[in-house]
Design a protein around this ligand. Structure first.
Ligand SMILES: *Cc1c(COP(=O)(O)O)cnc(C)c1O
Length: 381
């Protein structure tokens, strides 16, 4: 199916697979933790034990692999488990380049883990390719970790250019593409080696599963280390969660396109609002990385935007307090719209401005979303 049909078709039918034994349209959930050995002492299906493999993971892994145009994919118990697996496949003494502004929990983890494991990390501004180039240590740099658009300022980085820089020093480029989703950007086709997703977000899309995923361009030695890391480290999903994820992915294209439309329209309205200082959204011509985003992202600029409210931190918190349709919660990429005063959750040392509200645009009626925001902005001024 992957050669003939477009991504929306592949997703809607989860590659069109029908269960061979029962002709079920939807793949069954295998709860078994173990698989029986044949009398010849072999495992005829390749499944041995569910900490390593479970047939319930396969359809979601194969679909994600097709959407990202990779050669292999693996689900993990969370986005963090997927990201951590990549770093833990490095060796002591290796050097990593990571973005200054990136998913906060991962940045926190990376900072302390890298010291413990004696992996050196430079946090650089990845929108500045000269700065990335200057930070490269040929022979030592093994990984460039990028995120695009990056949480929560939504800076877009040039994946193809970063891939060239990585390749020149024999390093890998891994991209956290959670916010772009395979609908808007396919980093592997731009030269990245590994794509990471918090599948908790857009891929599942319904705020009811914690999940992560990695997709690789080639199943090389580094990938083999990651496979081992998951099967031995045990960061696997439960089969029921994997089935829920596949159900969510069937509507991925539809959800992402709707959220892109709404987010762009809301960003344009918010930019005109007298109580708004600045709107950060890759789809706005006023956004620093707009041209790159227009080139690199296809079909939209994503469902995430941030608003800097006039009047500073207290004004921003007051706006978040006054919405009723938008829900005050962390996370993103679900069908319901969320609003969050980001500095409050990131705490000490955050690079996020205190007046910033992060908006995850859901699939509700766009005008309802606008009226609710507008009322909160007017009332808290
Ligand atoms: C949520 C998120 C993660 C972490 O994923 P979990 O599934 O919460 O572990 C990593 N990167 C980005 C961009 C995220 O939004």
């Amino acid at each position: 199916m992957t050669k003939t049909y477009k991504p929306a078709t592949l997703a809607a039918q989860a590659l069109g697979d029908i269960d061979e034994t029962t002709q079920a349209l939807i793949p069954p959930i295998y709860t078994s933790t173990t698989y029986v050995r044949a009398p010849d002492n072999q495992y005829p299906t390749g499944n041995v034990y569910s900490r390593a493999d479970n047939p319930t993971y396969d359809p979601a892994e194969r679909l994600l692999c097709a959407l990202e145009k990779g050669s292999d994919a693996m689900l993990f118990s969370s986005g963090m488990a997927a990201a951590v697996a990549v770093f833990q496949a490095l060796s002591t003494g290796d050097h990593v380049i990571a973005p200054k502004v990136m998913y906060w929990s991962l940045r926190n983890w990376l900072q302390s883990w890298s010291q413990q494991w004696q992996v050196s990390v430079d946090f650089v501004d990845m929108t500045d390719l000269a700065a990335v180039k200057a930070a490269l240590k040929p022979g030592k740099t093994r990984l460039i970790w990028a995120e695009s658009p990056a949480n929560p300022l939504w800076s877009v980085v040039d994946i193809a250019a970063l891939a060239d820089l990585a390749q020149a020093v024999d390093a890998r480029l891994a991209v956290d593409s959670t916010v772009a989703t395979p609908v808007l950007t396919q980093p592997l086709t731009l030269g990245a080696d590994i794509v990471m997703h918090s599948a908790t977000k857009y891929l599942n899309g319904h705020s009811d599963v914690i999940a992560g995923a990695l997709v690789t361009a080639v199943a090389d030695d580094f990938w083999a280390r990651l496979v081992k890391n998951r099967s031995q480290g045990g960061g696997v999903m439960g089969p029921v969660e994997a089935a829920l994820l596949l159900r969510g992915m069937r509507t991925l294209t539809l959800r992402v396109h709707q959220t892109c439309r709404s987010a762009l329209w809301l960003a344009q309205q918010l930019e005109q609002h007298p109580h708004v200082e600045q709107v950060l959204y890759p789809g706005l011509p006023s956004f620093a990385g707009h041209e790159l985003a227009a080139r690199q992202m296809q079909g939209g600029f994503g469902g995430m935007l941030s608003v800097r409210v006039k009047g500073g931190e207290s004004a921003a918190i007051a706006v978040a307090a006054k919405v009723s349709l938008w829900k005050r919660a962390t996370s993103l990429g679900g069908v319901e719209s969320l609003i969050e005063h980001r500095a409050s959750i990131e705490g000490e040392g955050t690079p996020v401005p205190a007046d910033l509200l992060r908006l995850s645009v859901g699939i509700e009626d766009t005008d309802d979303l606008w009226q609710d925001l507008c009322k909160a902005l007017d009332e808290s001024a």
